[in-house]
Design a protein around this ligand. Structure first.
Ligand SMILES: [Zn+2]
Length: 312
């Protein structure tokens, strides 16, 4: 994290300019009027999000927990455009668990081994951790999906308990549509009848899901992508940026991924990188999370900022 902050200081001037008046005419002229209306560049109002986080009555969560059920190593130049081909970056496949005094909410659901195998050769899958994940899903009061990709929804879609899990799955309308119309992987076909049991929500920018938990619409990685704002009882805050970057290096260096199999909206992601860097520089109580960053997974668990999954 210290390293991220140091790199950020180098970028801070650039970020300042990016938000400045001087760059606005160039930005506006590079967008057609239509696309500017359809997809305004990302610049959420943190004060409004903080207010929404306490708009649902009830006690704030006491902890945020994480579990990785698989990992893989990829050449750095695939994960981060312009990085070295001979360096490897390790990626984790995580799900998060928000712990309240009286229950838990899952943020994404990981994936089963069959879906993991569709993500290419190599990598490790940990069946015993997947069992823990399935227990956590089974005990959760709510399961919120960030976007339709297999490594985020597979743990529910492929679960033997899908009929029991379905009524507590929370997702936005775009994710629900995508899961039926064009599932991310062949293993993830799901019927409209099951999706009809999900809690499908259509909203504009922000949605307060539960005390201390707000979804933020963040199209870019995929059209349906969300980020999550989280506030704990202790005052610790998080922005879970999900897959905006595959690693914190994408975010800190403001560099796109470079994999042939994904199509992202670069303008939106660059605006999201700027916002996340701005938060890292100006909000000392707020930690930016990244689903797949292995170094962060290790560091934040070691420092107890993130806990291990709680199973009742
Ligand atoms: Zn992912």
């Amino acid at each position: 994290m210290n390293n991220n902050r140091r790199t950020f200081i180098k970028n801070a001037l650039f970020v300042g300019l990016g938000l400045g008046v001087a760059s606005r005419p160039a930005l506006a002229s590079s967008l057609t009027e239509q696309s500017a209306v359809k997809m305004p560049l990302f610049n959420p109002d943190l004060a409004r999000i903080r207010q929404l986080a306490t708009s649902v009555t009830g006690a704030l969560p006491v902890g945020l927990n994480v579990l990785s059920i698989a990992d893989t190593e990829r050449p750095a130049n695939i994960v981060v455009k312009g990085a070295e081909a001979n360096r490897k970056i390790k990626l984790e496949r995580t799900a998060y668990q928000l712990q309240y005094a009286d229950g838990t909410i899952m943020l994404d659901s990981g994936m089963d081994e069959a879906t993991h195998l569709t993500f290419g050769k190599g990598g490790n899958f940990y069946p015993e951790r997947y069992q823990v994940l399935q227990q956590a899903l089974s005990q959760a009061k709510l399961i919120a999906f960030s976007h339709y990709h297999g490594d985020h929804v597979g743990g529910v879609v492929r679960s033997a308990e899908l009929p029991q899990l379905a009524p507590k799955v929370w997702l936005n309308q775009l994710t629900a549509q995508q899961m039926v119309a064009k599932p991310h992987k062949p293993t993830l076909k799901i019927s409209q009848q099951i999706v009809d049991q999900f809690i499908v929500v259509d909203f504009n920018q922000y949605y307060p899901i539960a005390p201390g938990l707000v979804a933020i619409k963040s199209p870019g990685h995929s059209a349906d992508s969300l980020m999550f704002y989280i506030k704990l009882e202790s005052g610790q805050e998080f922005i879970h940026s999900v897959d905006i970057g595959w690693s914190m290096e994408n975010i800190v260096k403001q560099k796109m991924k470079n994999a042939s199999w994904i199509k992202e909206d670069e303008k939106q992601l660059q605006a999201q990188f700027v916002w996340l860097n701005h938060l890292m520089a100006t909000e000392p109580t707020l930690q930016v999370l990244c689903s797949h960053d292995a170094l962060q997974y290790q560091d934040l668990r070691r420092s107890k900022v993130l806990g291990d999954f709680y199973i009742a």
